[in-house]
Ligand binder design. Structure first.
Ligand SMILES: [Zn+2]
Length: 459
């Protein structure tokens, strides 16, 4: 049994949200009790004490949308690559990468992403995997990495019509087999979603096949209206907006996660709200790709559950939240917005999305909830109260202030040192795999890739 104490405790439990000098008793995989340190010391005198050293004890952070595989491209540049729009950025970089990934690249990338995330206080991640050259078994490999490192991970493999029938069929089979694996060998830290790329790279036939093979066993994880291309192709080919098209094909629902939704109209927002479909905003990625800022305020007002992700731009959820605040203020031309919404996305809605998918109450510290807890170094020089705690966190802390990460009662990282895996060894392997991948990418001429596939031909 552990007793985590000697710091401020922010529980996210509306009944008892904040303790100035708090503590959490952890027994096995769950929280036994949260309260005042003085009282819990008396109640659990034999518990092993984890000293927060005056820091902030809070629930682990949740990343609702990312791509582990793209971590191997950090620092990579393609000579002559200068995309003029979002579509060219996808075709010239992301799709070139996913055609060249080996099984071990996928596992190494997952290790890199997960270690960095754990060190930023992230305990649950939703990954959207792509490996169009041969995805067979890659989700199992990634699940193995997540299990070893100790995080909660919801995994999916994107299906797309863009690479032809064989790759599309292999993607469908990969999702189907992974869902069956999770059903046969349930692990409370690993969950599946059925992955699809985006409406503009999927034919109706292929989406219908995904829905049929998924069979209602889980929801879907896909990109929607990240750039205008998605909207243009759907309107051109199907005379339907992307969300309306997905609604007709049976993709929407309470278990489905749609990343981005930057370009959605009122009718689409109503459909998202009516079906309980969750949306994930990725502010840094959207700014980086120059695609715009999603109508988050309108979606929240209409009751859509909007969460926050990173889209692999960073592993640091607090960095993503800061970017969200700036992005919203810039878009709305108002310095008065952003903090309340960032808090709702990151702390409330990500917890809601993860709790639904994992079937446990995540993002909260209270008796009976899984012990997913982090300690952040936090020495504020201004007043810190229950009321301004979110502002203090969003403006004063970064993920790298994390000093301890615990998932299900197990300590994964303490004092910036990983305890579950040999970080130096994994880094060495990842660096070697990345180097080999970069050489393959550099040696393969761009002419071998489709830079401008004709999506208007999908019918
Ligand atoms: Zn994405």
């Amino acid at each position: 049994m552990y007793l985590i104490g000697n710091g401020r405790l922010l529980t996210r439990d509306s009944d008892r949200p904040y303790f100035e000098n708090g503590a959490v008793a952890v027994e096995g995989a769950e929280v036994r009790e949260a309260g005042e340190l003085r009282e819990l010391r008396k109640a659990y005198p034999k518990a092993e004490f984890i000293d927060a050293e005056g820091g902030l004890i809070m629930p682990g952070l949740i990343n609702a949308h990312t791509h582990f595989y793209s971590y191997l491209l950090r620092g990579f540049s393609i000579p002559g690559y200068s995309p003029s729009c979002f579509y060219e950025a996808l075709a010239g970089r992301s799709w070139k990468l996913d055609r060249n990934l080996s099984f071990m690249d996928c596992v190494s990338a997952a290790c890199a992403a997960l270690i960095e995330s754990v060190k930023c206080g992230v305990t649950t991640l939703f990954d959207h995997h792509a490996c169009s050259a041969g995805p067979a078994g890659t989700l199992l490999g990634i699940a193995g990495a997540a299990e070893e490192i100790g995080v909660r991970a919801c995994l999916s493999c994107e299906v797309s019509s863009r690479c032809g029938y064989a790759a599309c069929s292999a993607g469908i089979a990969e999702n189907e087999e992974f869902i069956s694996y999770c059903e046969a060998a349930p692990c409370d830290r690993i969950r599946p979603l059925f992955g699809m790329h985006a409406p503009f790279t999927l034919s109706d036939l292929d989406i219908s096949e995904c829905v049929r093979r998924c069979g209602g066993r889980t929801g879907f994880h896909m990109h929607v209206s990240e750039g205008q291309d998605d909207r243009y192709v759907c309107m051109h080919n199907y005379k339907l907006s992307p969300v309306k098209r997905l609604s007709g094909l049976g993709v929407l629902g309470k278990d489905t996660l749609l990343a981005h939704c930057v370009h959605v109209d009122d009718e689409e927002i109503d459909l998202l709200a009516q079906t309980g479909t969750a949306v994930v905003n990725n502010p840094q990625s959207n700014m980086s790709n120059g695609v715009g800022f999603a109508p988050v305020r309108k979606m929240l007002e209409k009751g859509v559950t909007v969460g926050l992700g990173t889209d692999a731009y960073t592993s640091d959820m607090l960095e993503s939240a800061k970017a969200f605040i700036s992005s919203m203020r810039l878009t709305e031309g108002s310095p008065a917005v952003g903090v309340k919404e960032a808090s709702k996305l990151l702390f409330e809605n990500n917890a809601k999305i993860a709790s639904r998918r994992f079937g446990r109450e995540l993002g909260v510290i209270r008796a009976g909830a899984p012990a997913d807890i982090v300690i952040m170094e936090c020495s504020p020089f201004t007043r810190f109260t229950a009321e301004n705690a979110d502002s203090q966190i969003l403006f004063g802390l970064s993920g790298h202030d994390c000093r301890m990460t615990m998932v299900g009662g197990k300590i994964l990282m303490l004092g910036r040192k990983m305890l579950t895996v040999d970080e130096a060894k994994l880094r060495e392997r990842t660096a070697a795999d990345a180097e080999a991948l970069w050489k393959r990418l550099e040696e393969k001429p761009d002419s071998e890739y489709e830079w401008s596939a004709d999506f208007t031909s999908f019918q």
